[in-house]
Each structure stands twice: as C-alpha cells, then as structure tokens.
Design a binder for this molecule. Structure first.
Ligand code: COD
Ligand code: ZN
Length: 393
C-alpha cells in the first residue's frame, strides 16, 4: 500500500476509535463538591467508559455516611472538586477488558476497601486493607492515575475507590462485589459501609463470645450495628454509652441491656462501668471518634482479658497519651476498618445473611430521599436527626 494511503487509513481508524469512545461516554447527573464546606451542586457530568480491569456501575441507592461529611468539612483530606459517597448498591452497566468477576446487569456493591486477592494482605488469612489498592491514598484518582469524571471539560476527583453520589461511577474490579440479584438496593447499600463496619467490629475484629459482657461507646448508626453484632455473637450483657439519651430507646430495641449517660455521673465513665460489671467488660468498642473516649473504653475493659476495639476515626492531628499499665495488666487494644472484613468475599455473604433474615437494616434507615435532596440529607446528619439517610436515584 502506498505510504500516504496507509497514513490516511490509520487516521480514519483513530477517528473511529475516538467516535466509539465518545459514543460510550455517559452524560448523567451527579452531586459534586466543588470546594470545602460548600453544599453539593447537582450538575451534569461526563463519565468515561471503563478501562481495562474497570467496571462502570449505575448507582441505584446510596447512603450518607459521617465520613462523607468529614470530607466536605475538611477534617478528612479530600482533593476538590470531588464526587463523594462510598456506601451504595447498583447494577453493572459495562466492563472494561479483562474483567471476569462481574458482567453487565449484575447487582453489585462498590467497595471502599478493595480486595485485589493477590497482594500480601489479601493473601494473609486475617488482613483486610489491600496493599495494592490503598483505600486512603487521598489522590482521588483511578489506580492508573487518571479520572473517569469530567465537569465543564475539567477532571473531577474520585473518592474512596467508589464515588457514589452520581448516577454512574467507574471503579476498579477489585472494588466491586457481585451480590444477590433479589437484594433490595435501598437497604443493602448500608452493607457497603456503616452496617458492616459496626457488625464486623463485634463478630470479626473482637470475636465476641457467647455469654460475654460488652460496652458500646456511641450509639449512632455504626454503634447500633456493633450492638447488633454483639447480640448476634451471643453477648449476654450489652452496655450502651452515649451522652444523648434520645439514642437509648432504639439501642434497647436492638439488644442493649443497660444504658449509661456519662453526664449523669460525676466520676469517669470507666469507673462507672468497672463498678457495674465488677471489674470491667470483656469487650468495649469506641464508635465516636474521640481520643478521650478511646482511652476510657480501653480502661473500661477487664484487665487480664478485656479487649477494646477502636472503630471511630479520630481527627487526623490527634494523639493519645495513656498509662502503659492499662496494657501491661493484660488488656488488648485493637482497631479495624470495615469491620476487618475482606470486602470482595464478605460483602456477598453479608447480603445473603440479610436475605436470610439473620439481621435487619430497617432500624438504621431513618430517612429515604430522592438523590436531588442530598443537601437536605446532610443537614439531617449534621443536626443529629438521622441515623442513616438513603438517597434513591
Ligand atoms: N461520650 C459518649 N457518646 C458520645 C460522646 C461522648 N463523649 N460524643 C458523642 N457521642 C455519641 C453521639 O451522641 C452519637 O450518638 C454517637 O456518639 C456517634 O454517632 P454518629 O451518628 O455521630 O456516628 P456514626 O455511628 O454514624 O459513626 C461513628 C463513627 C465514629 C464510626 C464515624 O464517625 C467514623 O469515625 N468513621 C470512620 C471510621 C471508619 O472505619 N469508617 C469507615 C469508612 S466511613
Ligand atoms: Zn462510611
């Protein structure tokens, strides 16, 4: 073939490829956070097709989690403009080259803690924070260093390997799990974060045993999920600790046997719990995110054999000072993200357990709103009126 003709042919091919690419770009509605502390803007964005090993998902329902608000107000670092949201359920719209674990039409939950299945952590029987795909790297980009979102011609950042405040998102294959097609998205979206984080802290991180005594500090949505986990594990006494007494009624419904408000006492809360339990609890959980309550929860568990689990995330600049005697005398101090679950394998099982009625999510969902009312949903969270708000598309 003549050189000139070959050049022309290649040009045509590239044109076709570009056309195919733009034919596959989806224009859809998304809630963008343009700057720190600004309300969400509902705008039309472009979502590029998934590259190799990536999956494009149509989001059906997404929960609003405290960590999204931490990103809005700057206490959790996030690069702006950004599409937040990390607790959702959806359907696979298309897949990139090489994707084998999901196909178009599959119902899925995006995973903010990915599981590649091949790194040292994923291969270890216990670890769950994939070392290949760091959930907290803060770059706000896909693993290849680029974004799939465009707004007014400029790239928009991804969040926590997921970005679910949009009608369509793109995630890496390691950050999505196929679930039961019959599962109700408006409920099981909570398995993507809040529920699994709390429930797993009790049944997997602490491995609460039947007959044990537990104390849960903070009775928000995650704390209530810890309560459910303690109950499922057979705890015989569950002490709920909260400074807001309005939280006690629901906590009791879910299995809390004793409610304690630190404001009702003029001595440290650990002394109250040690007295109540004649020496301290077997397991304590800090589900507030404050360093003072983390140390109080540790001190509340029995020396010799008590275990305390940190579930809440403290402000990034904070440090803890505590007397080494607290650990020297035998207590164990642990922490966990996403309830220690290996996400890709555990999430489908948790959904099956929900379908088999092994636990309920209804008590956690206090509000359901259309996606456009996202700012209203965040106000409900900030004013303490909601446990979880689920946004529907
Ligand atoms: N003593 C007792 N109770 C308190 C105190 C106190 N000093 N201060 C606040 N509380 C109570 C509040 O009244 C409230 O009821 C509860 O503590 C906190 O509940 P919420 O509703 O604010 O929060 P949750 O349950 O939705 O989430 C709490 C976390 C601490 C888990 C969350 O904020 C967090 O830190 N998340 C990051 C940890 C993580 O793993 N996240 C996964 C990705 S999101
Ligand atoms: Zn979350």
């Amino acid at each position: 073939m003549h050189k000139k003709e070959r050049k022309k042919e290649r040009k045509e091919e590239r044109k076709k490829e570009r056309k195919l690419y733009f034919d596959q770009v989806i224009k859809c509605k998304a809630a963008i956070c343009l700057e720190v502390n600004k309300p969400f803007s509902i705008v039309e964005i472009e979502v590029a097709p998934p590259k190799a090993q990536e999956v494009r998902i149509k989001i059906l329902a997404t929960g609003i989690c405290r960590s999204d608000d931490h990103a809005v107000n700057g206490s959790l670092y996030a690069p702006f403009p950004i599409i937040l949201g990390h607790e959702a359920a959806g359907v696979v719209e298309s897949v990139g080259e090489g994707v084998t674990s999901v196909k178009p039409g599959d119902k899925v939950i995006p995973l903010f803690v990915p599981q590649c299945g091949e790194c040292n952590t994923c291969l270890h029987p216990r670890g769950n924070l994939c070392t290949r795909h760091n959930f907290a790297d803060g770059r706000g980009l896909m693993p290849d260093g680029t974004s799939r979102f465009t707004y007014k011609g400029k790239a928009v950042h991804h969040f926590a390997c997921t970005s679910t405040f949009t009608e369509y998102t793109v995630v890496h294959e390691s950050a999505v799990a196929k679930i039961d097609a019959a599962a109700p998205p408006e409920k099981i979206c909570l398995i993507g974060c809040g529920f699994s984080t709390g429930y797993g802290s009790a049944v997997k991180t602490a491995q609460v045993e039947p007959g044990s005594t537990c104390a849960v500090f903070g009775l928000g949505g995650v704390g209530l999920s810890v309560v459910m986990g303690c109950k499922a594990a057979g705890a015989s006494r569950i002490i709920g600790v909260d400074i807001n007494k309005d939280k006690f009624a629901k906590a009791k419904e879910l299995g809390v046997t004793d409610c304690v408000n630190p404001k009702d006492f003029d001595k440290p809360i650990q002394d109250v719990l040690i007295e109540m339990t004649k020496g301290g609890v077997d397991y304590s959980f800090e589900v507030i995110g404050r360093t003072e309550t983390m140390t109080a929860a540790l001190a509340s568990c029995h020396m010799n054999y008590g275990t305390s689990v940190i579930v809440g995330l403290a402000p990034s600049a904070s440090q803890i000072t505590f007397h080494p005697m607290l650990l020297f005398t035998g207590r164990t101090w642990k922490g966990a993200v996403f309830g220690s679950w290996k996400s890709k394998e555990a999430v489908p099982k948790l959904v099956s357990d929900f379908m088999a009625k092994k636990f309920t999510l209804d008590p956690l969902i206090t509000h359901t709103l259309p996606f456009d009312k996202i700012n209203e949903g965040f106000e409900l969270l900030r004013t303490g009126k909601s446990i979880r708000t689920v946004l529907l598309f």
